[in-house]
Design a binder for this molecule. Structure first.
Ligand code: TRP
Length: 383
């Protein structure tokens, strides 16, 4: 989809600056106090990613919460394209999803799209992406997602769970809709053209597995929205509830502009980075500061364009008062970038150290997360 000069598809989400414009073009709704209060009513407290509007837009989140409150059966769905090691930008929605799962006590279906990433990427063998799907489960485990309630679908191996649903989805979607929604061209391989049916299918899988209509909420980056627009269009005609969404802004990289991305590893913090390496990346980050300390003291810095400040805001500073203080001492020139970066670097390194020790402990437990060890595939009722 063209947004002025910015192209936004799930595979290209570069300069995600104008989020307000984006939801208008996508046709989603901004998250308002109404939905936030409804959530608080159920969860009692709010996650910073909600109160600070990191999750900032939605489709039918209010309806989902109403369904939950009236004891209709609900589930969560999110996923990952395993194209490399996990970085903090990937973890952002998972951290929030875990919080929601704990508060609401819901099953989470987690899709690992090894097929998508193989089809999308030039150089690598398929087996590389499949191995990464297993590797990436370690991050889910290290985040503390409960394996009794978290069910991982690896597309290539668990296709039997999806295929009965995919057959029906595929018949409803024309190539012209796919092309307009995802920006496919005549030279796009047919794997990619088929792939969206698989990502949509998981939104309907809970209804098949539990054999009743399940209300599904998908917390995910706003770049994934195109899939849900189509899924919602076809849901009713297939006999499923429309999945609802809550969208997060993408974590910026540590360089100038753009999201944290594996294509710029020096500006991304990976969960597998040795803590000292990550420390160094943060210390070298681009900031909203002035050219010299003297100028900064005089004129102040600009946290609104600073990826270091964004990291505090979106993930690393839980305390609102402290965040507020940081913002104003930056603006007022009393807080210099060196100090601000060192503090963040320490927090990031500490987080990684703890995450990595939980990752190591998870190595022998990944199979507990696999859907195939817990559910039978949907049944096809012969006529
Ligand atoms: N396409 C997503 C990616 O490239 C992976 C994915 C599959 C996903 N299903 C999802 C992401 C559901 C969010 C929600 O990362």
């Amino acid at each position: 989809m063209e947004l002025g000069t910015v192209s936004v598809t799930p595979w290209e989400a570069e300069a995600f600056v104008d989020y307000d414009r984006l939801i208008k073009v996508f046709g989603a709704k901004p998250l308002t106090d109404n939905e936030i209060n409804m959530l608080k009513n159920v969860t009692e407290e709010l996650h910073i990613m909600i109160s600070r509007r990191v999750f900032y837009s939605h489709r039918d989140f209010d309806k989902f919460l109403e369904a939950y409150k009236s004891s209709r059966r609900c589930a969560l769905y999110t996923g990952r394209g395993p194209s490399g090691n996990t970085h903090l930008g990937h973890m952002l929605p998972w951290i929030f999803t875990k919080w929601l799962q704990d508060k609401l006590g819901l099953d989470l279906f987690f899709q690992m799209t090894d097929d998508e990433k193989f089809w999308h990427t030039e150089e690598r063998e398929f087996e590389y992406f499949n191995s990464l799907a297993y590797e990436n489960i370690l991050d889910l485990a290290a985040l503390g997602l409960d394996h009794r309630k978290t069910h991982v679908i690896i597309d290539s191996e668990d296709i039997g769970y999806l295929y009965p649903i995919v057959i029906k989805i595929a018949k409803k979607i024309t190539f012209s809709v796919q092309r307009a929604t995802f920006g496919f061209t005549d030279s796009t391989n047919v794997g990619m053209i088929f792939y969206p049916t698989l990502q949509m299918a998981v939104a309907f899988l809970p209804s098949e597995l539990f054999r009743e209509p399940i209300e599904v909420l998908i917390p995910a980056g706003i770049d994934q929205d195109p899939y849900w627009r189509i899924a919602r269009d076809i849901a009713t005609s297939l006999g499923y509830p429309k999945p609802s969404q809550i969208h997060n802004k993408l974590l910026p990289g540590l360089g100038i502009g753009g999201k944290m991305s594996s294509s710029k590893p020096e500006t991304a913090i990976y969960t597998t980075d040795p803590p000292e390496l990550a420390y160094g990346k943060v210390v070298k980050a681009y900031t909203g500061g002035r050219a010299t300390a003297e100028e900064q003291r005089k004129f102040g810095g600009n946290p609104d364009v600073c990826p270091v400040y964004k990291m505090y805001e979106m993930m690393f500073e839980e305390n609102d008062m402290k965040l507020y203080e940081r913002y104003y001492s930056c603006r007022g020139g009393s807080l210099l970038c060196g100090e601000c970066k060192t503090e963040l670097a320490e927090r990031v390194a500490r987080f990684l150290k703890e995450h990595q020790s939980r990752r190591i402990r998870a190595v022998s437990h990944t199979e507990k997360y696999l859907i195939r060890n817990k559910f039978d595939p949907p049944i096809i009722k012969r006529t």
